[in-house]
Design a protein around this ligand. Structure first.
Ligand code: OXD
Ligand code: MN
Length: 588
């Protein structure tokens, strides 16, 4: 075994790398430093090995295509475990195995797993340097794709060792692709040890360990212990024409438009308004000395769903992915460009699909996988908020929950108070998407969009939310939105994308106490007579009222469907949520 140049003196890191190398037996250890030279060298190596395909560098400088194994294209919740010391701590919504048993099983699978391969030591920092919320992780991986993607998605390299100094409190993440056999696929969290082991996959959500594994599953566990929150939320700043900024965090389930919302361009009638992106997927939030909830984005890049991304739906994303981007599972055109369903322009006459097979517009399957992705550095975003590097984060005025619902849910409502807001988040329902393996389009309860990401018992998580209120003198107001309501002909009732600015404006005006609202059984809703529809073609006041309609029959069914989750959690569900449900039923 030859050792590359070790670039940290931290004895805990060195000991852990040696211990892992002794188990996995890599041929070589490569210590990443995050430099430009390293990026060039590792990229060249990835192209040589066929891990990355170089794209047309004139059109797409610094951009590459990666194809994952066709059996490995999404997060796999069935293979994801939270191995707390007791099953009770993981709760009924997580897979659990006793830690000793799971460590044994994974150790056996990892023994000699990196023979003939390189082990990359990837040090990374989640959050701005100097932030009390920031955390260091070290991922040991045998995937070059992971090493290069982590460089985009996190603050990777020397900066992490600088923050860690000689401490031992870093997240230990071990990843090996093994042979990509789904039978040997495990994404396992040991929150009490701040450790993750991911085997048998090379799909981003399962293997970029800073993201879902550390920033959400382990993060939520640490957050409860230490009095902060790790949430599946975008963060954005709304700037008014007079320069006033209001910050909002929003939780939507995977592939429901968080990236589009975080990068939104307001419509023409909102001249002078700007949306600044702070984060598109994850928020770490903690009470600040001013009594506000303050949020940082722990990530440094976007791992976005690409189908449907175009100049109309998300012009800032198109600019962001025009360079230094790794595309996964999109199609390749003959001139070295990429293609996906919903891209601007006409489909190519022929291309190579995401599996590497010839494709034409007549082919029966899509050219890009429905969960194809881009990994792009946030610094490419022309509307990146300057606050991104502020260790104190941004004060959050509104929290928005949203799901993908063809019926029942109105465009927007404001909850009556924090506890009602927690109930609304806890009962969030949404149609399943291609971001996770399994059936698409079925409504499931996805509390706070955290069902696949909560690193402990979901009832304790609700209690944590309720308790956070006591630590805030200026809590955010809580709202619910639904961009996806359809009419009887299955057409979307709301245009979405940039037009969502109208809803966002109502939300921030409510937070600032300067928008009217009408009381409804669900909460406060905009007055259909005064809501800003100016310049919105094809939207009459009657149509807007249809979007906001609350139908008692649908709502009776909706309340019954909360049982899908509540019965599972009933034994430990905070009583506040049970009472909120009663109140809602009586209002309906
Ligand atoms: C994601 C997801 O990749 O939520 O962000 O699946
Ligand atoms: Mn996500």
């Amino acid at each position: 075994m030859s050792i590359g140049s070790q670039n940290t003196l931290n004895p805990h890191v060195v000991a852990w790398v040696n211990e892992t190398a002794a188990l996995c037996e890599p041929e070589r250890i490569y210590w990443c430093d995050g430099s430009e030279e390293e990026r060039a060298q590792l990229t060249e190596e990835a192209v040589r090995q066929g891990v990355l395909i170089e794209l047309n560098q004139e059109k797409l400088p610094g951009c590459y295509l990666h194809r994952s194994h066709p059996n490995d294209v999404a997060r796999v919740e069935a293979c994801t475990y939270i191995c707390t010391p007791t099953q009770k701590e993981a709760g009924p919504t997580n897979n659990w195995t006793a830690p000793d048993q799971m460590y044994d099983r994974l150790r056996q699978l990892s023994a000699g797993a990196m023979r003939g391969r390189t082990l990359y030591v990837v040090p990374y920092l989640m959050g701005p340097p100097g932030s009390p919320l920031a955390r260091v992780g070290i991922e040991l991986t045998d995937s070059l794709y992971v090493a290069l993607s982590m460089r985009i998605m996190t603050r990777m390299g020397a900066v992490a060792y600088g923050e860690l100094e000689d401490r031992a409190d870093f997240n230990r993440g071990l990843h090996s692709m093994l042979d990509l056999n789904p039978e040997r696929r495990y994404i396992v969290h040991f929150p009490q040890d701040n450790a993750i082991i991911s085997l048998g996959s090379n799909y981003g959500g399962n293997v970029l360990l800073g993201k879902k594994c550390l920033a959400l599953r382990i993060g939520s566990y640490l957050g409860r212990r230490e009095g902060w929150m790790a949430e599946h939320m975008l963060i954005l700043g709304v700037e008014s024409p007079s320069g006033e900024k209001t910050y909002v965090a929003a939780a939507f389930p995977s592939a429901c438009g968080k990236t589009n919302f975080a990068m939104m361009v307001p419509p023409k009638s909102f001249a002078g308004w700007k949306i600044w992106t702070i984060g598109d997927d994850i928020a770490w939030m903690s009470p600040g000395p001013d009594g506000h909830l303050h949020a940082i984005n722990p990530e440094a890049g976007y791992f976005g769903v690409i189908p449907g991304t175009n100049f109309a739906s998300n012009p800032n994303a198109i600019k962001t992915i025009s360079r230094d981007t790794i595309f996964t599972n999109v199609a390749l055109t003959p001139d070295g460009d990429v293609w996906w369903e919903g891209k601007d322009g006409t489909p190519p006459v022929q291309c190579i699909d995401w599996r590497g097979e010839p494709w034409t517009p007549k082919s029966p399957t899509p050219a890009a996988h429905p969960n194809s992705r881009f990994a792009a550095p946030m610094r490419n975003n022309p509307m990146l908020g300057v606050e991104i590097d502020d260790p104190a984060g941004v004060p959050i005025s509104a929290i928005i929950f949203g799901g993908r619902r063809a019926a029942t849910m109105p465009l927007v409502f404001q909850t009556f108070n924090w506890v009602h807001g927690v109930f609304t988040g806890a009962t969030l329902g949404s149609e399943t998407t291609a971001a996770a393996a399994g059936k698409v389009g079925q409504i499931r309860r996805d509390p706070m969009a955290m069902l696949p990401f909560c690193g402990y018992d979901m009832s304790d998580y609700f209690t944590h939310w309720l308790e956070m209120r006591r630590r805030l003198t200026r809590p955010p107001r809580i709202f619910h939105v639904n961009w996806f309501r359809k009419d009887a002909q299955n057409r979307f009732l709301w245009p979405g994308f940039g037009e969502n600015m109208r809803v966002l404006k109502w939300i921030i005006d409510r937070c600032r106490g300067c928008a009217t609202a009408v009381e409804s059984p669900l909460g406060w809703i905009p007055d259909a007579e005064t809501f800003d529809l100016e310049g919105l073609p094809n939207m009459s006041r009657e149509q807007f009222a249809e979007l906001q309609l609350i139908q008692p029959d649908e709502w009776r069914r909706e309340i019954l469907s909360h049982d899908e989750l509540f019965l599972k959690l009933y034994a430990r569900l905070p009583k506040e949520l049970v009472f909120q449900r009663e109140l809602l039923a009586s209002r309906i």
